[in-house]
Design a protein around this ligand. Sequence first.
Ligand code: NAD
Ligand code: UDP
Length: 326
Amino acid sequence: MADIQFKRILVTGGAGFLGSHLCTRLVGEGHDVICVDNLFTGQKSNVAHLMDKDNFEFIRHDIREPLQLEGLDQIYNLACPAAPGHYQWDPIGTMKTCILGAINMLDLAKYNGATILQASTSECYGDPLVHPQTEDYRGNVSCTGPRACYDEGKRAAETLFFDHNRMHGTKIRIVRIFNTYGPNLHPYDGRVVSNFIRQALAGEDITIYGDGQQTRSFQYVDDLIEAMIRMVNNEDDFTGPVNTGNPHEFTIRELADIVIRLTNSESKIVHMPAPVDDPVMRRPDITLAKEKLGGWEPTIQLEEGLVKTIEYFANLDLTKWRPPTK
Ligand code: NAD
Ligand code: UDP
C-alpha cells in the first residue's frame, strides 16, 4: 500500500539547473515526480539518471500553453530562463513565460487543490537602495531596461499569485531566490560563477564586468532546495514572499580571486564594460526564513560549494554543450 506521505509533484523547469536538483531530491524521497520542461535552457542530461525510475516522468511542454494533469498535490513553478544572457535573448518570450506560465500553473493548482510554489527572485528588488534586502522593501526596478522582461515578469507573477490566492483561495508559496550556484549550471549561461570557473579551468581570461566592486551573495543549491521544500510543506499557510539566500556578501573581484586560487589557474583578470542596470549590491536578510522555515539557514559556504562546482565543471565535455535555441 502506498505511503500516504508520498505526494504527486509537478516541477516545471525540472530539467534546468535548480529544477534538476529538486527533482533528484523529491524522487529520492519517494515522491511521484512529473518534470515539465521545454528544454530552452535545460538539458535532458540533467535528469538522465532519473529517467528509468518508476516515480519520475519527463514531459516536454511549454508552460506558456495550458497543461492538464490530474491528482497533483504540489507544484514547484521554476520554468523560466534565469541567466541575463538567456532571458534577454527572447525578452518577450521571457515575459510570457513569467506571466502566462504563472496563470497556467495557478489554474492547474486551483483545479487540483495543489499547493504551488513560485521561484521568484531577488531581482524583484532591482538595483536595491536598501541593504541588506528585506521582504518589505518594494525595490528599485527599471520597467524599460534590458533586465525588465525578467524583473517585471517575476514581479507580475508574484501579483498573479496573490490575486489567485485572494480570488480563488489557491494555496501559494513564494520564495525570492538570491544568486544560487552548483553542479548542473549551464556552462555557457553567462552567469558569473559558470563563466569564472569555465574560464579558470581553461586558462582563459577571467572577465570582470565593471570594476568588480559590485557585490553578490552566493547560495549553494542544496541549501536552496531545502528551503523550497520546507516552504511548500509549511503548515502555517505562510505564503511568503520569503528571501532565500546566503547572507555572506562578496565583491565580484573577491569571487574571481577565490576561483583562481581554488583552480590553481594562471588566468588573468580582464575588465569589460558593466551591463546596463547591473545591480551594485545584493544581500538577503534571511530573518524571516529562519523564523518561518524551522530555523533554516545556509549550511554550505562559498569555498566548499565552489569546490563541488569546480569538480562538476572539470568533468564536463564542453564540446557537447550548445547555446539555447528558441
Ligand atoms: P535554468 O535556466 O537552468 O532553468 C530553467 C528551466 O526552465 C530550464 O530547464 C528551461 O528549459 C525551462 N523553461 C524555460 N522557459 C520555459 C517554458 N516557457 N516552459 C517550460 N520550461 C521552460 O535556470 P535556474 O537557475 O535553474 O532557475 C530556475 C528558476 O529559479 C527560474 O524561475 C529562475 O527565475 C529562478 N531563480 C534562479 C536563481 C538562481 O540563482 N539560479 C535566482 C533567482 C531565481
Ligand atoms: N559578471 C562578471 N563577469 C562575468 C559574468 C558576470 O563580472 O563573466 C558580473 C555581473 O556584471 C554581475 C555579477 O557578476 O555584476 C553577477 O552576474 P550574474 O549574471 O551571475 O547574476 P545577476 O546579475 O543576475 O545577479
